[in-house]
Design a protein around this ligand. Structure first.
Ligand code: PLP
Length: 473
């Protein structure tokens, strides 16, 4: 890849891909900005694909409804029967720049025609250090960073687990109740989201301790919602460190600054700040899992930026390359001190994924991170009265375009309304809105960061319609 430096952005631009991008953007404009359904769902082609899938594909996947996608553009998905949906799921918060953004597609096409793979494990190519330099520059803290590239969120977590052990020469790890860090055996040992994710897989990593996450809506395990930050910090210092694990043996604390699969729960800034202090006091590595919350989704590069926290290590994936498989572990230079051979991956940091990521970062920086902030604020404002308007809405919370709507049977008791949540997700699909659940009883909005107010308004109105229909039952 021959890159030129665009000084204004402090980054890399791919001038030859601009031409392809312009052509693509002219030929692939979405036909509509809002959903258009032509038939009762699922249509005949969708049914055929689902049947085939059921016959040949692993049954371990959880599909909430039979969306069978054919193509995507911006925030719109067209299915195999010609129905068009508004996508507020973005491939689980992945397609940050929207589906098939012309500049990302052009970067992929150009790179694929030039060099698809040769393994950064063995050789060099320019994209890898260019992207690492950019990731270093957008990560908090004065110290320069080093970056390790993998293929998925779980791989980033695996690498971080190994790195914290290697660097500290300690082997205990701490994570949180409700956490989701991935499904490979190391990452799964930190995950404490659902028992089904662990069931049947035997013994996981030893030396992993879980503690309550500062949930300011529900509180858990004796944590008071109104004192969640202080209670959780106290649990760590006065319970965990006194009774179960010596802090001098802890290599790392892994935290999602906003729990993703756990229910879009935001850790208060004072908790993250307190956690950083405790980590520094005992020489424990603070690892921010920003696989879902990172890459501009919250309106800043990282969710930890909202709290002014500087983790020792950031793990990121999902939105980093607009849908191409790539993840990164970004660590302080003095922390990533492992030696050649200590860790590597054949495909990690593949040139095509890196090209997609460079284009993605440029778009996030110039347009879409600010858009996430703006449209996210619009949604939070539009939904601010939902707890008064709808008896089943317990709380609406979020930052940028990472927004969770927690549903309850009763606002006072906060009894979870999981079945209702599942029905609402189905109902939204039948109205042309693609959404996902999160946690036991939360609906999440994690759309591409390209959506505008009109599309946000459609999603808000659609959910309002779903709530009214539920109330009328
Ligand atoms: N960490 C977080 C916070 C996630 O949300 C996820 C996936 O949802 C992962 C890790 C695992 O990522 P992947 O599915 O790419 O392995």
């Amino acid at each position: 890849m021959i890159a030129t430096t665009d000084t204004k952005l402090g980054g890399t631009k791919l001038p030859e891909s601009q031409e392809i991008a312009t052509k693509l953007s002219e030929s692939q404009q979405p036909a509509t900005k809002l959903p258009k359904l032509n038939m009762p769902l699922p249509g005949p082609n969708a049914k055929r694909v689902v049947e085939l899938d059921t016959k040949y594909v692993s049954p371990s996947y959880t599909r909430d409804y039979p969306l069978v996608a054919k193509r995507g553009q911006g925030a719109m998905i067209e299915d195999v029967d010609g129905n068009v949906f508004l996508d507020f799921a973005a491939g689980i918060a992945v397609c940050a720049t929207g589906h098939c953004h012309p500049e990302v597609v052009a970067a992929i096409q150009k790179q694929a025609a030039e060099l698809i793979h040769l393994s950064g494990t063995d050789f060099y190519y320019e994209g890898m250090p260019l992207l690492a330099e950019k990731l270093s520059s957008i990560s908090p803290g004065k110290e320069s960073k080093l970056v390790y590239f993998g293929n998925s969120g779980a791989e980033a977590i695996e690498a971080a687990i190994k790195l914290v052990k290697y660097h500290t020469k300690r082997d205990k790890l701490i994570a949180f109740h409700g956490a989701f860090h991935g499904r490979t055996m190391g990452a799964l040992s930190l995950t404490a989201s659902r028992a089904i994710q662990r069931r049947g897989f035997g013994t996981l990593l030893s030396g992993v301790f879980h503690m309550p996450y500062p949930d300011t809506y529900r509180g858990t395990y004796g944590v008071r919602p109104e004192c969640a930050a202080a209670d959780c910090l106290s649990y760590l210092e006065n319970e965990l460190f006194r009774r179960r694990v010596d802090p001098e043996e802890v290599a790392g604390i892994f935290i999602e600054p906003i729990q993703g699969e756990g229910g879009y729960i935001l850790a208060p800034a004072e908790f993250l700040q307190g956690l950083q202090k405790i980590c520094r006091k005992y020489g424990i590595m603070l690892v921010a899992d920003e696989v879902q919350s990172g890459m501009g989704r919250t309106g800043k590069w990282w969710a930890v930026d909202h709290a002014g926290v500087e983790p020792d290590i950031i793990c990121t994936a999902k939105g980093i390359a607009s849908g191409m498989p790539l993840s990164a572990v970004i660590a302080r230079e003095s922390v990533m001190d492992w030696k050649p051979g200590a860790h590597a991956s054949t495909f990690g940091g593949n040139p095509v994924c890196i090209a997609a990521s460079l284009a993605t970062l440029h778009l996030l920086k110039t347009k879409y991170m600010a858009n996430a902030k703006r449209v996210g604020e619009f949604i939070l404002k539009r939904t601010a009265d939902w707890t008064q308007k709808f008896k089943n809405v317990g709380e609406v919370r979020g930052r940028g375009l990472m927004i969770g709507i927690e549903l309850v049977k009763d606002q006072k008791t906060k009894e979870k309304a999981q079945e209702m949540r599942n029905r609402i997700i189905q109902a939204a699909y039948h109205k042309g809105l693609l959404i996902l659940g999160s946690g036991d009883t939360t609906v999440r909005f994690c759309p591409p960061l390209v959506i505008d107010e009109e599309q946000a308004e459609f999603a808000v109105k659609t959910l309002e319609e779903c709530f009214r229909e539920e109330e009328a039952k």
